[in-house]
Design a protein around this ligand. Structure first.
Ligand code: ATP
Ligand code: MG
Length: 394
């Protein structure tokens, strides 16, 4: 029945002179998302609105599911568009529309019509009144409420006549790409994919880096990270995933540094390497899945130690979230089931029994000093052997 969608966008509507940039980015992201659907679509801006029109057959459920993943959309209104074949015909269509869309008609309604085509024989007030009457006659169980109706029936009279009343909530946020780009430190865990999703929702494009430590971490562990990136890319578009071989760096730190500081020192090297790639690829910040107190390396003291090696801002959108809250988002976005697959993490292989929870940055710096030039050499090799995987849902 539905032939097109009217896309509502809240936040990006208020961006003043730059508004068209946001709208163009949203149109671009919608087109990208719909490439995965069956059917051809025309996506266009018209008079401060964005329309998605299906050219012929399309899969309604699938199309809505894709649109629900596009950041920047606040609401998706499925629209029935008909040719103007006289008011009688319009009444019939509206009555049939209500029968189809509202099996339970114990509801209040209001007709809200707009006449963009001024040669239409009735004025909008007249259309409202006359259509309202027709609906009441067809469905006596319905009643009018002009202040707070259950159903706001929109009738837009343009070249064609558009009828819509349902609003399916969109994900909100801003279109990806309008907020620059950031580098996500993506592990195989529950937290980091959620962190990436949250920052992307604010319009930020994602690149990602994964520290792989073969043979301590298997190919399956790496594949799991690729799979997680792919799930996140349903929302963000393609993700450039850098896979960095971290084994030699880890083993060397293990050899030279006190084991209770191992995790912190490793994390400092992860941040340094991530920042290096970030700067080279035009990223404006780093993103991690850290949350205060979740593990020893995420106490406020530990965060001071990992934070101080970076110049770029480190975005930690989960900082105040409990695990349960993070799991809820992971479930919503579809990463949870993959995240809990039991493949080893590079950090767990070397983790100390009693890691420091209050690292002293002075000690840490001194111990890092023992790593000499050799660590710089290892970092250089790790960067040189960066494996780039372009991850995308097809
Ligand atoms: P997650 O569930 O995201 O794995 P976690 O609770 O296991 O998080 P840590 O292992 O302390 O926490 O990692 C904290 C953050 O550091 C992660 O959220 C992620 O952003 C980053 N990180 C950890 N390990 C890696 C890795 N192997 N590759 C890339 N980033 C990593
Ligand atoms: Mg982890």
């Amino acid at each position: 029945m539905f032939t097109s969608f009217l896309i509502k966008y809240a936040e990006i509507g208020v961006k003043g002179k730059n508004r068209y940039l946001f709208e163009d980015a949203l149109v671009h992201q919608i087109k990208y998302a719909l490439k995965k659907c069956e059917g051809d679509f025309l996506v266009h801006k018209s008079q401060g609105r964005i329309y998605v029109e299906a050219a012929g057959e399309f899969d309604y459920e699938d199309t809505v599911a894709q649109l629900e993943k596009v950041f920047g959309i606040s609401g998706i209104c499925p629209v029935v568009s008909v040719e103007d074949e006289g008011f009688e015909k319009l009444c019939e269509t509206v009555v049939a529309y209500i029968a189809d869309v509202y099996p339970d008609r114990n509801k209040t309604f209001k007709v809200h019509s707009r006449r963009a085509r001024k040669n239409y024989p009735k004025e909008s007030m007249e259309v409202n009144a006359d259509l309202g009457e027709v609906i009441l006659r067809a469905y006596p169980e319905m009643s009018v409420d002009v202040h707070d109706p259950d159903i706001l029936l929109n009738i837009e009279i343009r070249e064609k006549i558009h009828i819509y009343s349902k609003v399916i909530p969109g994900p909100g946020g801003m279109p990806v790409g309008t907020g620059g780009k950031a580098m996500l430190l993506l592990s195989g865990g529950i937290d980091s994919p959620v962190a990436g999703y949250m920052i992307a929702k604010r319009g930020v494009k994602l690149d990602a880096v994964y520290f792989h430590a073969p043979p301590y971490t298997s190919d399956r562990a790496k594949q799991k990270v690729v799979d997680l990136a792919r799930i996140v890319s349903r929302y963000t578009g393609p993700i450039y995933l850098h896979v960095i071989s971290f084994t030699d760096i880890q083993l060397y730190i293990y050899e030279k540094c006190p084991h209770e500081e191992l995790t912190i020192i490793m994390r400092r090297y992860m941040m340094r390497i991530a920042e290096h790639i970030a700067k080279e690829t035009g990223c404006l910040g780093l993103i991690t899945g850290e949350s205060i107190g979740q593990v020893a390396s995420q106490t406020m003291n530990s965060l001071i130690a990992t934070n101080e090696v970076c110049e770029l801002p480190v975005y930690r959108p989960l900082i105040g979230f409990d695990k349960q809250e993070i799991v809820e988002v992971a479930n919503k976005i579809g990463t949870f089931e993959t995240s809990i697959l039991p493949y080893e993490d590079c950090c767990t292989t070397f983790v100390a029994k009693h890691p420091v929870t209050k690292p002293n940055v002075k000690f840490i710096r001194r111990h890092e000093h023992n790593l000499d030039e050799k660590i710089d050499e290892l970092v250089r090799i790790a960067l040189e052997t960066d494996e780039l995987i372009i991850v995308e849902e097809t």
